[in-house]
Structure formats: structure tokens, C-alpha cells
Design a protein around this ligand. Structure first.
Ligand SMILES: Nc1ncnc2c1ncn2[C@@H]1O[C@H](COP(=O)(O)OP(=O)(O)OP(=O)(O)O)[C@@H](O)[C@H]1O
Ligand SMILES: O=C(O)c1ccc[n+]([C@@H]2O[C@H](COP(=O)([O-])O)[C@@H](O)[C@H]2O)c1
Length: 217
């Protein structure tokens, strides 16, 4: 449920090829935990650092729309889909900051796997000047960073104070206690290729869209 009194909104970037319950359920729990006003799902066009998606941008956008229909917690922002250059998060956040100003608290949601590779992101040192990071747990990924230097960076920025997320515009990392949902888009694509059922893994309207458009088979 969206919290209309809260000042803190969050962006949730991803490839969403396709969107699934592993994206939605942890973030719904996170939104309650830290009282998010809204979560803006932002599909990327040219994901950096990974193979390019199988479904095209319009199909991935439609699947997000179907997944969030009727759920006021979520909205969609398709700004990254309009850019043909790599979807660097820092550039998107800089553009957003120009729109909302420097003082409004803003968060970017990632899974634990993304946190572990964050220091390879484009201009990663700038990210925390623009937003907080809210991190959802993910089965199979360590809670410890890969190197002592990365761990030190995390320790310096980590907070368990929800109040700080609301009172400061950016700069904190919050490791959320979210449910482990053992689903990935890779698993779904592999199962669909093998004609195995996926109905428990993603919203019914998304499953139906995939069937109708014969995606991933
Ligand atoms: N099951 C999950 N639990 C927690 N976070 C997740 C889960 N699946 C994806 N995420 C997070 O959602 C964001 C977008 O992920 P993405 O769209 O790449 O999904 P994915 O399932 O990891 O895809 P793929 O299997 O194609 O790599 C990332 O920050 C990722 O860490
Ligand atoms: O900015 C970067 O260099 C960067 C590198 C890897 C991932 N990201 C962003 O992180 C989000 C999750 O990425 P992915 O690959 O797990 O779908 C998505 O919004 C990506 O655009 C961003």
C-alpha cells in the first residue's frame, strides 16, 4: 500500500526481462518497512554490464504495466527506454535531481546481487550523492562485500535508521529485512524455453502476455 504521508519515494531500475514476483514481493515488504510513498519502476533500454534482453523495450514496458495494474504503490517511468545510450543509473538520477531539486529524499532499490557489483557501475562514487540505496535480500548472495575496501565503504554509509532515510536527501545504504523470493528472470526464461510452467513465478497478466506473444520459447 502506498503511504501518502511519506516524503520518501524510490526508484526501482531493472531489465525486467520479464518482471516477476522476485521483483515485486520483496519491494512490497520494503515499502512497508521504510514507509515509501511510491515505488517507480524504471525499465532500462540498454542494460550496462550484462547480455541484452530478449524481449524488446515495448514488450518489457507492457509487462511492467500489466504487473502493476491496480496497485497504487507502483508507477512506471519509461525515461530510460527513450535513451539509446547505455542506461547508466547515475545519469538518470542526475536528470531526476534536476526535476525534483536537491533536498527531496530519494532512494534507489537494488537486490543484494546488485550491491555486490555496485562498485563496477559507471561513476559509482557519485550515486550516494544523488540517492539512498535500499537493498533487498536475495537468496544465494553474501551479505558481506567482496573486499575489505568495499566492506568499509558499506560500513561508512550503512544505516538502520528509517528516520534518516526520510530526513536526509541521499547518502545512506539500508539493508532491508525482505522475504527471500527465489526467482530470477533467467530461471523464467529457461523454464519457458523448456515449455515448463511459470504461473507461480509472475503475475497472471504477465504470464498471459508472454503466452500470447510467444516470448522466450
Ligand atoms: N528474487 C529477487 N530478490 C531480490 N531482488 C531481486 C530479485 N530478482 C531481481 N532482483 C533485483 O531487481 C533488480 C532488477 O533485476 P533484473 O531485472 O536484472 O532481474 P533478474 O531476475 O536478476 O534478471 P536476470 O535473471 O535476467 O539477470 C536488481 O537490482 C536485482 O538485484
Ligand atoms: O549505471 C551502471 O553502470 C549500472 C550497472 C549495472 C546495473 N545498473 C542498473 O541497475 C539496475 C538493475 O540492473 P540489472 O542489470 O540487474 O537489471 C538497472 O536499473 C540497471 O540499469 C546500472
Amino acid at each position: 500500500m502506498a503511504n501518502s504521508k511519506s516524503r520518501l519515494s524510490a526508484l526501482y531500475g531493472g531489465t525486467f526481462d520479464p518482471i516477476h514476483y522476485g521483483h515485486l514481493k520483496p519491494v512490497e515488504a520494503l515499502a512497508k518497512q521504510v514507509a515509501l510513498r511510491q515505488v517507480t519502476i524504471m525499465p532500462n533500454n540498454v542494460p550496462p554490464h550484462r547480455p541484452q534482453p530478449l524481449a524488446n523495450s515495448q514488450q518489457r514496458k507492457t509487462m511492467v504495466e500489466l504487473a502493476i495494474e491496480g496497485n497504487p504503490l507502483f508507477r512506471l517511468d519509461d525515461r530510460e527506454l527513450q535513451r539509446e545510450t547505455p542506461s547508466y543509473t547515475v545519469e538518470t538520477l542526475e536528470q531526476l535531481r534536476k526535476e525534483i531539486g536537491a533536498e527531496q529524499p530519494l532512494a534507489f532499490i537494488i537486490g543484494q546481487d546488485s550491491l555486490l557489483s555496485l562498485q563496477r557501475w559507471h561513476r559509482w562514487e557519485t550515486l550516494l550523492t544523488l540517492c539512498h540505496l535500499l537493498v533487498c535480500q536475495r537468496l544465494g548472495y553474501s551479505l558481506a562485500m567482496n573486499t575489505p575496501a568495499e566492506q568499509q565503504w558499506l560500513d561508512e554509509h550503512q544505516t538502520s535508521s528509517v528516520e534518516q532515510l526520510h530526513s536526509q536527501p541521499a547518502g545512506k545504504i539500508y539493508l532491508a529485512q525482505t522475504p527471500m523470493v527465489d526467482i530470477s528472470a533467467t530461471l523464467i526464461r529457461q523454464r519457458l524455453e523448456q515449455h515448463l510452467p511459470c504461473d507461480d513465478l509472475l503475475p497472471p497478466a504477465v504470464a498471459e502476455f508472454i503466452r500470447q506473444n510467444q516470448l522466450y520459447c
